[in-house]
Design a protein around this ligand. Structure first.
Ligand SMILES: [Zn+2]
Length: 390
């Protein structure tokens, strides 16, 4: 009974959305929120079955093209992040249903598959690059290892052929899975000094869990990051490169650490020939109230989170909400989020809680089980996390 509950709940939600759309609620919400800005978030593109492994991290070019075509048909106006903020700051004329598209991390497949899909439709975008992985020039180890484990289809593993990570693991246990991944990452970092050696280690690990090494398709660079030249090419296609930190981890409560991380990211991207870096994206969506002071001091104009919602002129530029789209988001959920239906419902729920519990109600607006990003496990207290690598 319990196992069918999430499926049943989802089916009821989709049914309710279908009815609401039929009754015109989506069109009404779009009109009511036409002056709000939408910021969308995607990550990597796909070469093969990656979106079945992690549909929020990997999105096919076909899906993003379909989403953009739907938005175009409904009258959404695509703008750059700077154009959207200029409008909110009343420095540029207001256009209805303004939408900015952003990509996180700096995956090669973003540059190779997703940005060309947008450029072909004349849609500008932003790519937030995290520089530690970019600088390493290897496939992202943790993500590749987790993909191999997913591809093995096994729940329990007994590994004996490599003492660095030999043992028995219950992959349904997050802590055991993380332990295995950490051990394999440490082994590869110790064993490899070049990309070719790292790929050989990854293929060897895949083989040890029953997955043919060549099926990882590492030569396609599906788990790699862009190079400096590729980043510069992206800018020429209308995709502006921006800051995503160096370590891909926001240092909660550590202003000095945050500033240092940001400076490292900024100088690496500047050395790669990228100028005018002025926007930041919190890695994993984690943030705190220290961030805005550091960002303002460093001249950063905006920062995006992973909490769902729409942006108004009253929204803090350092905690901008974004809609994290992907293959696990039903078309009706996508339409509801982009039309502002969930945004309005979150407002109603927040108002009701405020009436019931008064100003002491601590539940953040985005915690309501309405938006698809809330399924990623938002935490209370001012952060909304979406660590898709782990
Ligand atoms: Zn990221």
């Amino acid at each position: 009974m319990l196992s069918i509950m999430p499926g049943l709940k989802r089916a009821l939600k989709i049914g309710a959305l279908s009815g609401a759309r039929l009754l015109g609620a989506f069109a009404i919400a779009r009109f009511a929120t036409r002056h709000h800005v939408r910021i969308m978030c995607y990550h990597a593109g796909t070469v093969g079955d990656e979106s079945r492994y992690n549909p929020k991290l990997f999105c096919s070019a076909e899906l993003i093209r379909e989403r953009m075509q739907w938005l175009t048909r409904r009258g959404f106006n695509f703008v750059s992040l700077d154009q959207a903020l200029n409008t909110l700051d009343a420095k540029a004329p207001l256009r209805k249903l303004q939408t900015a598209v952003t990509f996180d991390d700096g995956w090669f497949t973003t540059a190779d598959k997703l940005v060309p899909a947008l450029s072909g439709l004349g849609i500008p975008s932003t790519l937030y690059v995290t520089t530690e992985e970019y600088g390493r020039g290897w496939p992202v180890l943790g993500v590749t290892i987790r993909y191999a484990l997913w591809k093995s289809g096994q729940q329990r593993l007994a590994i004996s052929d490599n003492p660095a990570f030999a043992g028995e693991y219950d992959l349904a246990s997050t802590s055991e899975l993380n332990t295995l991944v950490d051990k394999v990452v440490a082994w590869i970092k110790q064993s490899a000094t070049t990309r070719a050696e790292a790929c050989a280690c990854l293929e060897s690990f895949a083989t040890s869990v029953g997955v043919p090494g060549e099926s990882l398709l590492l030569a396609t660079r599906r788990f790699d990051f862009v190079t400096a030249e590729e980043m510069r090419d992206l800018q020429a296609q209308g995709c502006k490169v921006e800051l995503h930190g160096h370590a891909h981890r926001y240092p909660l409560g550590d202003a000095r650490g945050f500033q240092s991380d940001l400076q490292t990211c900024h100088s690496i991207l500047t050395d790669a020939g990228l100028a005018g870096l002025a926007h930041y994206c919190y890695p994993g969506g984690s943030f705190d109230t220290i961030a805005e002071h550091v960002l303002a001091r460093m001249g950063v104009r905006s920062a995006t989170t992973c909490k769902p919602g729409l942006v108004t002129s009253a929204t803090s530029r350092f905690y901008l909400p974004r809609f994290l789209d992907g293959g696990s988001v039903h078309q009706l959920e996508f339409e509801a989020e982009m039309s502002g239906v969930f945004h309005l419902l979150r407002g109603v729920l927040a108002w009701r809680e405020w009436k019931l519990f008064g100003p002491s109600a601590q539940r953040p607006l985005w915690d309501a089980d309405l938006g698809t990003a809330s399924a990623l496990g938002n935490s209370a207290g001012g952060s909304a996390t979406a660590d898709l690598w782990g």
